[in-house]
Design a protein around this ligand. Structure first.
Ligand SMILES: NC(=O)c1ccc[n+]([C@@H]2O[C@H](COP(=O)([O-])OP(=O)(O)OC[C@H]3O[C@@H](n4cnc5c(N)ncnc54)[C@H](OP(=O)(O)O)[C@@H]3O)[C@@H](O)[C@H]2O)c1
Length: 284
């Protein structure tokens, strides 16, 4: 008997988002890209995560249209890059991504990384500038929800102090071996849903012996064990795969449950598969 984890979540403003998202970062930008997306759509994925910097919006939009599944069934999430943090440039970037996608609206629009370095007054006002654009796009119903990514508590506090609307989502690197519990708990306590990026540690966790051992007790792989850990830890995974068998397997994340003891053993893992990307030290 598994504890049901719903396949959709309702965000703070009532927008409904599919729990499991399909990541699109670094899927090669060639004809193969569209066939990966089409396979994912055929298997049932409806939530796609892209970003201005991924430069794949045109191909993603084409693949969605070619599927002939109605746009209203999809949840498209996009993040605006560090080059477009000002109030004006953020709107330009949003319009450019919409044009590339071939859609007028985006379901979730987020700030990809916080401005976080140098003089706090300066970076805080940069984050407030882009946030004002996102709030306006929400009011204009060009986006259904707005969010942030990689915002730690000390980035969220000044943003929340100036925001009219709180972010509905915070996307963080979270996976076994890098749980980011404080940032996740801080977000959730403020009604901000937490998504996990690189939930498989960019694939590195697929061979982890502890995850393989725990997974074998459930007849599942180390990768699926890692994915399930994310869900039970309260992080909504954005998982990427170009392999149809893996895509199919990852949809089984809803079908089994890790025990408290298994969760505790995974929680106790040493830091593993951390990307090295920290918002206070990245060079963008
Ligand atoms: N907000 C941010 O700052 C941020 C940053 C990074 C990423 N993201 C988002 O998060 C998404 C996911 O992160 P990610 O792409 O870094 O890594 P990931 O989803 O943790 O891992 C992807 C890797 O895992 C492999 N994989 C997937 N399912 C598997 C399975 N069942 N068994 C074995 N291997 C499996 C894939 O290989 P195969 O192709 O062979 O399956 C791929 O190499 C990105 O695509 C992007 O949309 C957001």
């Amino acid at each position: 008997m598994t504890t049901a984890i719903e396949r959709t979540v309702t965000l703070a403003n009532g927008a409904v988002m599919p729990t499991l998202a399909f990541g699109t970062w670094q899927i090669p930008l060639n004809d193969h890209f569209k066939s990966v997306i089409r396979t994912a759509i055929d298997l049932g994925y409806r939530h796609f995560d892209t970003a201005q910097i991924y430069n794949n919006a045109k191909l993603l939009g084409e693949a969605i249209r070619e599927s002939r599944v109605d746009r209203s069934e999809f949840f498209i999430s996009c993040k605006l890059w560090a080059s477009h943090r000002s109030y004006e440039s953020a709107r330009e970037a949003f319009e450019a991504v919409c044009t590339q996608l071939g859609f007028d609206t985006i379901d979730l629009l987020s700030v990809h990384w916080p401005a976080a370095q140098g003089e706090p007054m300066v970076w805080q006002s940069q984050n407030a500038g882009i946030w004002r654009t996102l709030e306006e796009l929400l009011a204009e119903e060009r986006v259904r929800a707005i969010g942030v990514a990689n915002f730690l508590p000390h980035h969220l506090v000044p943003l929340l102090a100036r925001a009219k609307v709180r972010p509905m989502v915070n996307q963080l690197e979270i996976h076994p071996g890098y749980p980011q519990e404080k940032a996740a708990a801080f977000s959730r306590a403020r009604g901000i849903a937490v998504q996990s990026w690189s939930p498989l540690g960019r694939g590195l966790l697929a061979k982890h012996p502890l995850l393989a051992e725990i997974g074998s007790a459930h007849g599942v792989s180390a990768a699926l064990t890692a994915l399930r850990w994310n869900l039970q830890a309260g992080a909504l995974p954005i998982v990427k795969s170009t392999d149809p068998a893996h895509m199919r397997e990852n949809l089984r994340v809803f079908d089994f449950e890790l025990s408290e003891e298994e969760m505790s053993r995974i929680n106790a893992m040493q830091t593993t598969a951390f990307s090295g990307l920290h918002p206070d030290t990245v060079n963008f």
